[in-house]
Design a protein around this ligand. Structure first.
Ligand SMILES: [Zn+2]
Length: 314
């Protein structure tokens, strides 16, 4: 199909930096430009700099904007994918109800799609990574926070009005720490890098990295902290396995990129005895895109349409 173009731009918007990449149809980063988010300077300023960065990666890659399928944006905050609005005033102060899809479409005359970054990473994994060929897929991302997303029937599973299901706030413990979501003992409050760091501080560890290092050297207190994380993850996986019955659970984010091997046995044990679905139909895999998940995932939001066309035509 002539209009099914196999190149795209991915934009990954976080609280501190924005990545802009030229991404090939094979999910490879051709060129990347990174800029500080500096949302306090206002959305207009951010828009000017994102527009310039898109033109810059196009020039570096030797591509023209007319040749790309569009721009996919993954954003680490609350978004309205239906209206194309970034909503969260806490992570991006100064960008209040930023109509990023409308504004970038107008400015660059290309198709623009906006999703939560966990959804974008999931689409990237299902297109190019560990989720390829599986459906349904559940992805959990463990980094500074805990995110998650669900792939079902060939697309992102959404809630009412396109809202993103927040798997990081699954309740996994009756007596866990309080979370900003308002609950006690949700997955994020125990298994995030922030939570592991906080649990490690009274034991003399500066952050999550030190907790993992000590646990791998056999320190019992560090291992106890990670045992609690394993239990929390096991409880979350048990719940997700029974409610969604995924073919594969993909585990990503900085913590899983480095420490998947540490948690994998506990996760397998958590579902091995399940009787309400066949546990042999479920497996676990580490996310394959690593630190490129944000950019490749964002670009996949617009690249995904090409495969849809291919499958309909064949
Ligand atoms: Zn929570």
């Amino acid at each position: 199909m002539e209009w099914c173009v196999r190149k795209a731009v991915g934009i990954d918007i976080g609280g501190t930096k924005i990545g802009v990449a030229a991404v090939t149809g094979e999910g490879r980063l051709a060129e990347v430009v990174t800029l500080p988010t500096e949302s306090c300077k206002g959305f207009g300023d951010g828009l000017d700099r994102m527009g310039a960065a898109v033109r810059q990666v196009m020039a570096k890659a030797g591509w023209r904007l007319e040749d790309v399928a569009g721009i996919g944006i993954g954003c680490a905050v609350l978004v309205d994918p239906v209206q194309g609005i970034i909503q969260n005033p806490y992570t991006l102060p100064g960008w209040d109800d930023a109509r990023v899809v409308e504004a970038l479409t107008e400015r660059l005359s290309v198709r623009v799609v906006l999703e939560n970054d966990a959804d974008a990473a999931l689409v990237g994994e299902c297109r190019f990574g560990a989720g390829r060929g599986f459906d349904p897929v559940v992805m959990l991302t463990l980094g500074t926070g805990v995110g998650g997303a669900v792939w079902a029937n060939g697309g992102i599973a959404r809630g009412s009005r396109g809202q993103h299901p927040e798997l990081g706030h699954l309740l996994v413990s009756n007596d866990g720490p309080g979370c900003y979501c308002g609950a006690n003992g949700c997955l994020e409050s125990i298994a995030s890098g922030t939570a592991i760091g906080e649990a490690g501080r009274p034991e003399g560890y500066a952050d999550a990295r030190e907790v993992f290092a000590a646990a791998r050297e056999g320190a019992p207190r560090a291992q106890a902290i990670l045992e609690r994380v394993s239990k929390a993850l096991g409880a979350a996986i048990w719940t997700l396995a029974h409610t969604i019955v995924p073919a594969r659970i993909v585990l990503g984010g900085g913590i899983m990129d480095e420490h998947f091997d540490w948690f994998e046995p506990a996760l397998s044990r958590a579902v091995a005895g399940a009787t309400q679905f066949d546990p042999r139909t479920l497996d676990f895999a580490r996310a394959a895109l690593g630190n490129q998940a944000g950019l490749v995932g964002a670009a996949s939001l617009v690249l995904a349409t090409c495969d849809d066309v291919d499958s309909r035509m064949s």
